[in-house]
Every structure is written in structure tokens, then in C-alpha cells.
Design a protein around this ligand. Sequence first.
Ligand code: NAP
Ligand code: HSE
Length: 444
Amino acid sequence: MIAKREIRVGLIGFGVVGRGVARLLATNGPLYAARIGAPVTLAKVAVRDLTKLRPVTPDPSMLTDDPFSIVNDPTIDIVIEVMGGEEPARSLILAALANGKGVVTANKALLAIHGEEIYAAAEAGNAPLRFEAAVGGVIPIVRTLNGAFAANKIDTVYGIVNGTCNYILSRMAEEGLGFEEILKDAQALGYAEADPTFDVEGIDAAHKMAILAALAFETPVDFNSVHMEGITRVSALDIRTAAQLGYVIKLIGVARRHNDTAVEVRVTPSLVPEWMPIASVNGALNAIEVSGPDIGDNLLVGPGAGQGPTASAVLGDVAVIARTIVDGAPPTPRPMNVPVALRRPLPALPLEKIESRYYLRFDTYDRPGVMAQLTRPLGDHGISIASMMQKEKVGKRADGASVVVVTHWAMESDLRAALAEIEGADILHCPTVVMRIIGDEEDE
Ligand code: NAP
Ligand code: HSE
């Protein structure tokens, strides 16, 4: 039964993603309409500044600087929120859902912090909410967790979830260029957030891992409990040293369920063994591995940022909602695989209890006894050394040496205690570089 002849869409935001949505609708409109069963029409577009010069300008008759006129317009079926930020995006989405409209958003910053409220509002308003573009660009990770893997208990979700950082680290490794120069390119290519600090400080990746953990482990995630470190302190020296040891450095997010008693969510620059498939995922690609007892390890790889991939993910979600409208079917308002009321809060695993292998780089004085002063505290705290490398006369310092230690598995609390002793011993020129090593456990 065809219940509706046209789907009217309101677009809030006409930046990188919003322009992509409009472009795809214009270029692939007939194909898209055929697949949905009705044309999808861009009815209104909201921007912040009507006077801004734009690479492409929508028809002035549909342009507004009042996004509430979109969410309250009774002729609009589906609202696409691609403006970003917490407010007014939160209020706009809540209003649209209360008005029974379908909502599609790419706003991970919003969902990581206000997700539970918004998921509940979708259920209460009997209004569909979809957010595939919020995580992993065009990779269909949300629908995979919600749909294809619905019968499975997921143990671990980990991987590369920030395109900007992956692009920067890949080019630093391949071309030896400086961080700032590459970040400018990432911005020009439309990969970076409006405030790129969100990317390079690991905040954006933490937003995405919080959303994935909430989805995979059926639990609300307190964003404040997510440990995050960005890539701003990853040096060319560490990239080269890691390569000598057989690793590449990636910004890696890890979400793990610990025996139904706790959830671990963290984002850190990490050493990835060269043999692992994600080690060769470069540029703005993302790679997310989902593991569980019955499904094994499943690696999903694809473009994780930029106009085309993100707009495609948005319009994929619009198509799902539009089809139910066209078919006259009841809306499917549940955004998470478990209804909000049945989701069980699991506490966050404290950082001190996280276990990992570690890469440690000490910039030491080159004098007798230093090696013993480095290794004794590690041994005293039960940390076993897997490999070790010393280089003399690092940089301009004639009295300096660089010592790199790779540890076996260790508890974060033990590592911190050992490092506190080492740093108190007056043998270091600079603070220790500490990075986690991915492998074994994530790949089991
Ligand atoms: P952007 O280029 O900065 O565009 C934001 C748009 O929103 C602009 O058109 C801006 O208007 C409009 N806007 C901002 N505040 C507004 C307000 N109060 N009222 C009306 N319009 C407002 O951002 P983007 O890169 O397209 O990203 C949009 C969203 O998608 C963000 O949530 C982002 O995290 C997410 N996302 C982006 C990517 C990506 O690769 N870029 C990928 C996945 C998800 P003006 O044009 O007048 O300034
Ligand atoms: N700034 C984000 C990134 C956009 O670089 O991954 C995609 O979410």
C-alpha cells in the first residue's frame, strides 16, 4: 500500500554534511525515489547565518535561520540534524520527536552526552530516530549492532573511529610531515569537526566509543567515565621507533564488557602490530571490530569522515524512515536494540584496573646505574619487560639516551606506581612517553 506520494525533509545545517545531503538528493534523486517508492523533497534548510557566502546556496525560498520553524512545520516528515553541538540541537531533536517526526542525526557529541534522554524521547513520541552517520562515517556499524548481531552478546568493540586522527597519523608516518600542516589539509577535506580540538584530543573518538558501548552492551554510558587521550603528543620519533619495533601508531578506541559487572571505554594513541589488519587502515578510513562468542571477530572498514560518506549514511537512514512512511507502516521508534526502560546500568571499570601491554620511552641521562633505576621499579611492581632498546646521544644532548621498553601485560595501577618511582629518581630529562599496545586480547 502506498500511503504517501512525497516525503518532505527539513535540513538543519548546511555545512560539509548538509551540503552533501543536498548534493546527493539532487544528483541521485530519481534513483533514490525509485528505491524508496516516493520522491524525497528538500523542503526547508536552516543555517546560522543567512548572509554567509557559501560554495552552494539553497533556493532562498527554503532557507531560514530559525531551525524551530522546521521541527514545528506540520508538512515536514523527517528532520535531518547536521548542525552539531549540544544546544540547540538537543532541544530541536526533542521537539521534532515530540511532534512525531522522524529524526536523522550525525551528532555524536550530542548523543554521547544526552543519548539516553533522546532515545527515551523517541520511544515516548513514537517517532523514529536514526544516527548511523554519528559513528564510523558510512560504515553501517549502528545497524549491524542493532540488526545483524541482535542475537549475539557482544564482548568487545574496538578500532579506529576518528578519520581526522587516522589521516594525520598515516601521513605523519608516510611523509614525515608535521602535525599542524596535515591538520589543515584534514580541515580542507571536510574531515575535521568545527572545533578540531574534538578530533585531535580524542574527544570525538570518545563520543563515538561511548555510543558504541551503549549500543553493544545495552547500558547507559557516563561520558565522564570515558578515558581519552589524543594524538597531539604523538611525535615523529615515536612513530619511527614504533616502526622499528614492528608497530604503527593509531588512535584506538576500546569498549569492553567485563563479565556483566563493568564496562571499559577508552580512547588512546596505541601501538598496533603491523600484522593486524587495522594497522594498514590508513587515511580517513575507519575500522571497527566487533567480537562475541558466536560471531568471532568482524572487522568493518570504510570511509569514516567527509562529505560523501557522511551524507550517504544520513540518507541511508532517511530511506529507512521514508520507506515506512511510504508503506503506511507503523513507525519503528526504538533507536537502541533494547528498549530504554530495560537497559541495565553497568559501572565503568576504573582506569587503574585496565590491563594492557605498554610502550614506554624514557629520555634519560646516559650514566652508570640508570638502566637499573629504570628496570627495578618495573620489576618491583610485577611488570615484566618483553623487549628493550637503548639509543645513545639522543638529539642535541650528549649526556642523553633514549630507552624504549615494551612490557608484557600489566595493570595500569602497577604501571603508574612504577613510573612514579622512576620519575622521582632524577634520571629523566623529560616526562615518560606511555602508550598502550593493542593485540592479543582485542584480537582473540
Ligand atoms: P559544519 O560544516 O560546521 O556545518 C554546520 C552547519 O550547521 C552550518 O551550516 C551552520 O550554519 C549550521 N548551524 C550551526 N549552528 C546553527 C544554529 N544554531 N542554527 C542553524 N544552523 C546552525 O559541520 P559539519 O562538518 O557539516 O558537521 C555537522 C554535524 O555532522 C556535526 O554534528 C558533526 O559532528 C557531524 N559529522 C560530521 C562529519 C564530517 O565528516 N564532517 C562526519 C560525521 C558526522 P552556517 O553555515 O550559517 O554557519
Ligand atoms: N571529525 C570526524 C572524524 C568526522 O574525523 O572522524 C566523522 O565523524
